[in-house]
Structures are given as C-alpha cells and as structure tokens.
Design a protein around this ligand. Structure first.
Ligand SMILES: [Zn+2]
Length: 287
C-alpha cells in the first residue's frame, strides 16, 4: 500500500476531503521542515500533506528547507510525492489556468540551496536524466482526462531563484532556450526526492505569462493578477488530487524506490558513523 505525500504550493494550505488523523511535527538532522505534516486518509488512501511555504506563506522559495521536508516525508513512510506548484508560462499555448505535468527541469537557482543529502564523508551520484516519476505523471494524466481544464502532458520547468520575478530579458532568454514554464521551488525538491527513493511528479498550475507577453497591451504580471488565478488553480488542483488518489492502485511499476542502487561510491567503512546514522532512512539497503 502506497503512502501519498502532497506538497502544496502557493495558496494550497489545506485539503478538503482529507480526513485528518493527526498533525505531526517532525525533527530531522537537516533542521525544521516548512510546517507540521497533516496526516490522514482520503478514502482508503493514506495521505500526508505539507504546505511548502508554511501556513500563512511565511517561507520564501530560497528559504525552504528542502532537505528537511523530503527527509521527513521519507521518515513518515511516504513513497509517492505529488508536488503542486504555481508557475508562469513561457509559451503562448500554455495559458493561465492550464495545468502542465512536468517531465524535465532546468536548474537556474544560485546554488545557495542545499541540493543533496550526500556529503560529510559519503559520495553518491544518482541518475536524474528523467527527473520525475513517469508512472506517477501518467497516472495523474489518465485520472484527469475528463476534467474541463487543459492539461499539458510534459514540458520543461525552469527553476529561477526569486523571489523577484524575471526581467523581460531573462524571460525572453528562457523562451529562446525552449523552456515551457518558470517557477521557484521544484529544484532541488525533485532531486532530493529521487535521492530518497520517492516517486515525484509535479502538477504545475499556470498563473500568468511571466513578463514576456506584452504585445496585446496587457501589463506585466502583478501580484493581484496572480492571486486571483492562484485561487482558481487551487480548486483545480484539489479536484486533480482527489481523482489521482482514488486511482492510486493503478499506478504502474517504476524504479524510483531503487534509485540509489549502485550509486554510492564511498565504501561503508570509510563513511563517518555520524553520517551513516544521519542518512539511515535514505541509504539503508544501498550501502
Ligand atoms: Zn516512481
């Protein structure tokens, strides 16, 4: 039986239909997660929910403790993680209120974010050519085919640092690169989920056209415009989560849980005991 984790993005702070059994504060060797974890059931499915920015949106993208969040999901037994993320569109045909199921990322964060569980005496190189779980992505697609919202199956998410939005020159540059959408949070979240052997798939909820699209006289993106669309997108995201979770038993097999196999380079007897203890939930069975 799977345990499903949901990371809620901007404006998604709670989930109706989730029968809450407990709220858990999780301490990790990497520090404090964004908030308490809400543990409960949707139908027969166990679900663990975390608002990425904390309730009340207190944590900005560069400040999110991604390692603590993913480590805590692992410790709580979550094996499939659905990330709900607000994004800007870099293409005409990807419209506000559409959804895009991401299949690639380009990381343009400033690398001040901690991007790996490894280090401190242990080295591992995890394959990341396909950075999301395609089985989980396909399940989300299939489960929502009757929804009256345009869902794009695949696309590349450019992760910028933020918190300010792009300059017009940056936005045009990313368009020339062929990027589809832009956001601030999925990196290193997806990479850490892979290291932790957790399936990860992103429902990217499109709020706006970033700042490149000004030819029709519409003004550049403002916070007010984004918040109105965010709220509509939250309703869509909730429907999509319910549809997907009720079909979870139909998710096809994948290799995510074995992602660490043959990737840890350091022999166990060379790794400091403190590091082995710290990473136990993640590396057990792979070293
Ligand atoms: Zn998977």
């Amino acid at each position: 039986m799977n345990k499903i984790g949901i990371i809620g993005g901007s404006a998604l702070y709670n989930l109706e239909g989730l029968e809450v059994t407990e709220r858990k504060k999780v301490k990790t060797p990497f520090g404090e997660p964004s908030d308490e974890f809400v543990v409960g059931k949707m139908g027969n499915q166990e679900v663990v929910f975390l608002p990425r920015h904390g309730r009340g949106h207190r944590v900005m993208p560069s400040e999110i403790n991604f390692r603590a969040n993913i480590y805590a999901f692992k410790v709580l037994g979550v094996d499939k993680l659905i990330s709900v993320s607000a994004v800007g569109s870099l293409k005409e045909e990807i419209r506000p209120l559409d959804v895009l199921l991401v299949d690639q990322f380009v990381d343009r964060t400033n690398q001040a974010r901690a991007t790996t569980f490894f280090g401190d005496g242990i080295v591992a190189h995890v394959p990341f050519a396909d950075p999301v779980c395609l089985s989980l992505k396909d399940l989300i697609m299939r489960s929502n085919k009757d929804l009256e919202v345009k869902i794009h199956d695949g696309g590349t998410y450019l992760n910028m640092e933020g918190p300010a939005f792009s300059t017009r020159a940056e936005s045009e540059l990313y368009r020339k690169w062929g990027m589809d959408i832009i956001g601030m949070t999925n990196m290193p979240e997806a990479r850490l989920a892979r290291e932790a052997g957790i399936c990860y798939s992103t429902m990217a909820m499109v709020t706006d056209y970033d700042c490149w699209r000004t030819e029709d006289g519409s003004e550049s993106v403002t916070i007010e415009m984004i918040i109105e669309t965010l709220n509509k997108n939250v309703e869509t995201a909730k429907k999509m989560l319910i549809n997907t979770i009720s079909n979870m038993s139909e998710c096809s097999a994948c290799g995510c849980s074995k992602a660490l196999e043959n990737t840890i380079i350091t022999p166990k007897d060379q790794v400091p005991q403190e590091t082995l203890d710290k990473l136990k939930p993640i590396i057990e069975g792979f070293i």
